[in-house]
Write a protein that binds this ligand. Structure first.
Ligand code: FAD
Ligand code: DHB
Length: 396
């Protein structure tokens, strides 16, 4: 098989790239190692920056998002037993976020691609990208028990953190930056109406907790837990008790979460990780294949979308005008945003979580940082701007 752009990985990055290229008249093939139902059920992110939602609309994937997505104008920070709201539109000239699960984004993009788009092959596992620095790169993959080859003008590795594409960049030419955090998240999905209208990020002496949602009847909740935690050690009752304790407000001592059946439970490690550059010859890396942020602040999915928007525009300039300038600028343009997001995610993470053996001095500093934000002014404006995201057209 031969195509213009071979896309390895059918997560949000790969699927959206295929849509954007299709709309620009550029053909592509998406290879996804998992089956469709697995790809559509994988529980991950939930918050779309305004620019991410706008791109999905532009790509034709906005109808259900606009019907079912929940627009949020702010978040709550909870610390020292008190609640403080950070408003987004008033600090950002009107920017907001949309709560719409990654599972739904993926379902919408898959349906569009299958109805009207280039090939999207499930159960197609890429084994290697060859000739990345030649004029004729190719992807070797297996599908329906057979070894196959996809010949391309360009290959894009959208195959996530565990993917194979970046293995085609010689080790001597790439630099990896990594930070691991000394705690993880226990994440649950529960058939229980969200207890609050907006997301709550809670700092507490018992550790961080986050209350999010997936719909008016489904809650998504996270608890900071030690690295190495086994989800089986957290029966449902223990989780709800811990959530009640970490979200406790001095002004409303009796308030409890509405409990409901816990339908999913998993432990997520927290890591910041970047590989540079995001291009080698005719191979480009996008999304989690090139960078991971710790989840506090919900940047991972939004960064993946920003990468493929930059790449789709650059490929358009190449195919329409033969101009390589935007392709040459791709890695630098994306990495600038990636490091700004990495900085934001790290500061949210370290301000809100409790380190093992954290000193009382450090706790007071965290509370002082949170107090600065809660007081409004520049610190609140900065958080609102970072949370709602950089405009996608921005290169600086
Ligand atoms: P992925 O979604 O990882 O997609 C990669 C795709 O490539 C997958 O479909 C995979 O099956 C496929 N693939 C892999 N190898 C191959 C191969 N060899 N051949 C073919 N296909 C292959 N972000 C947040 O903002 N908030 C969160 O709460 C949050 N929770 C997360 C929880 C988990 C467990 C993980 C892993 C990530 C989470 N993230 C979260 C991050 C966010 O989900 C990712 O940033 C986002 O999925 C990135 O999209 P992607 O398309 O780059 O990569
Ligand atoms: C969600 C995840 C996040 O990491 C976050 O900061 C906010 C919300 C979520 O899964 O809903």
């Amino acid at each position: 098989m031969r195509t213009s752009v071979g896309i390895v990985g059918g997560g949000p990055a790969g699927l959206l790239l295929a849509r954007l290229l299709h709309r620009a008249g550029i053909d592509s093939v998406v290879l996804e190692s998992r089956d469709r139902s697995y790809a559509e059920r994988r529980q991950r992110a939930g918050i779309l920056e305004q620019a991410t939602a706008d791109v999905l609309r532009e790509a034709g994937a906005g109808a259900r998002l606009d019907r079912e997505g929940m627009v949020h104008d702010g978040i709550e920070l909870r610390f020292d037993g008190r609640a403080h709201r950070v408003d987004f539109p008033s600090h950002t000239e009107g920017r907001r976020v949309v709560v719409y699960a990654q599972t739904e984004v993926v379902k919408d993009l898959i349906a569009l691609q299958l109805a009207d788009g280039g090939p999207l092959l499930f159960g197609a596992e890429a084994r290697a990208v060859e000739g990345a620095d030649s004029a004729r790169p190719l992807v070797r993959y297996t599908h329906e028990g057979r070894e196959r080859t996809l010949a391309c003008d360009y290959v894009v590795g959208c195959d996530g953190f565990h993917g194979i594409a970046r293995g085609a960049v010689p080790e001597a030419l790439r630099t990896t930056y990594e930070r691991t955090y000394p705690y993880s998240w226990l994440g649950i999905l529960a058939e229980a109406p969200p207890a609050y209208d907006e997301l709550i990020y809670a700092h507490s002496p018992r550790g961080f907790a986050l209350a999010s949602m997936r719909s008016p009847t489904v809650s998504r909740l996270y608890l900071q837990v030690p690295n190495g935690t086994d989800a089986a050690d957290w029966p449902d009752g223990r989780i709800w008790d811990e959530l009640d304790a970490r979200f406790a407000l001095r002004a409303e001592p009796g308030r409890r979460f509405v409990r409901g059946p816990v339908t999913q439970k998993s432990v997520l490690p927290m890591r910041g990780w970047v590989t540079e550059p995001m291009r080698h010859g005719r191979l480009f890396l996008a999304g989690d294949a090139a960078h991971i942020v710790p989840p506090t602040g919900a940047k991972g999915l939004n960064l993946a979308v920003a990468d493929v928007v930059v790449l789709a525009r650059a490929l358009e300039q190449w195919y329409a005008h033969g101009s390589p300038a935007a392709l040459d600028a791709y890695s630098g343009t994306c990495l600038r945003r990636v490091w700004r997001a990495q900085h934001f995610a790290d500061s949210m993470t370290t301000t809100l979580h409790t380190e093992p053996d954290q000193s009382p001095f450090e706790t007071r500093l965290q509370l002082a940082r949170l107090d600065r934000i809660a007081s409004g002014g520049h610190a609140a404006a900065e958080l609102a701007a970072d949370y709602t995201g950089l405009p996608l057209t921005t290169t600086g």
